[in-house]
Design a protein around this ligand. Structure first.
Ligand code: ADP
Ligand code: MG
Length: 250
């Protein structure tokens, strides 16, 4: 099939912290409607790459294109409006708010209103959509539960639910399966596959749970010490000797 224009392209990204080059001359192209995994050992530069894409870090060199538009210099506050949502490796939830309220805030984050305004404005069409997201992410039993009272696995699913509430075109997920039990990983597997195949969402995923990566990914890119060492289908990457040595063999 003809190669489609990538929804996200990172071109020759380099970023250093002091003397440490965290990511060096890294490029990746994520095709629309696909699930693309970014894997590699701890410290390889995966989260740093995400932080550059979502504009939390400023790269020293390189370009980031979203749907053909150069977003390298846009502020991170512009991301939701463009349709780029992300989850964090360390959770960033509102602990004292319920599951429903956390997602509601995600849904309103386009408009830059205050937290209180976002909580009090509850248009009916939004309520239905949030309930759909709650069902899809397996949070149905916890709608009115405060985020701080959820177990870790459900907090992770709530982060994902909140990211979905902005109706993203691109979803950046940083280790969504870390700390999840098999049952929750199965929910995640089905949900992410469904979001890509049925809703046409594009997903870039950092993940260590190989069973999930190999099951859902169309393509896999491997980082080691900030440099790309391999890229291909899950099968190709799994059998690549450099990848086995750097990462999978451990
Ligand atoms: P990964 O997500 O692949 O485990 P990271 O992107 O978090 O790796 O980190 C890559 C390297 O960059 C590590 O050596 C880490 O210590 C360093 N690093 C990441 N963020 C910062 C920062 N804000 N300041 C200094 N060093 C950082
Ligand atoms: Mg990380």
């Amino acid at each position: 099939p003809e190669a489609r224009t990538p929804l996200l392209s990172v071109e020759n990204l380099t970023i250093a912290f002091g003397g440490l080059v965290a990511v060096r001359d890294f490029s990746i192209a994520v095709a629309p409607g696909t699930i693309h995994a970014l894997i590699g050992p701890n410290g390889a530069g995966k989260s740093t790459t995400f932080n550059c894409i979502s504009r939390l870090y400023r790269p020293n060199a390189g370009r980031i294109l979203f749907d053909g538009q150069d977003i390298t210099r846009l502020p991170s506050s512009a991301m939701a409006g463009l349709g780029i949502a992300r989850s964090f490796q360390n959770l960033e939830l509102f602990n004292e708010l319920t599951v429903y309220e956390n997602i509601l805030i995600g849904a309103h984050c386009h408009c830059g209103a205050s937290l209180r305004d976002r909580l009090s404005a509850r248009p009916p069409h939004l309520a239905a959509e949030i309930d759909r997201i709650i069902e899809r992410t397996g949070l149905g039993a916890y709608r009115e539960t405060k985020a701080c009272n959820l177990d870790f696995g459900h907090q992770k699913l709530l982060e994902l639910a909140r990211a979905l509430a902005i109706r993203p075109r691109l979803l950046l997920l940083d280790e969504p399966a870390a700390g999840l039990r098999n049952r929750e990983i199965a929910i995640l597997d089905g949900l992410l596959t469904d979001l890509a195949r049925r809703d046409g969402l594009t997903i870039l995923l950092v993940e260590h749970v190989m069973q999930l990566v190999m099951s859902i990914s169309d393509r896999v890119t491997v980082l080691n010490f900030g440099t790309k060492i391999a890229e291909g289908t899950p099968q190709e990457v799994k059998s690549n000797p450099a990848v086995v040595e750097a990462y999978l063999g451990k």
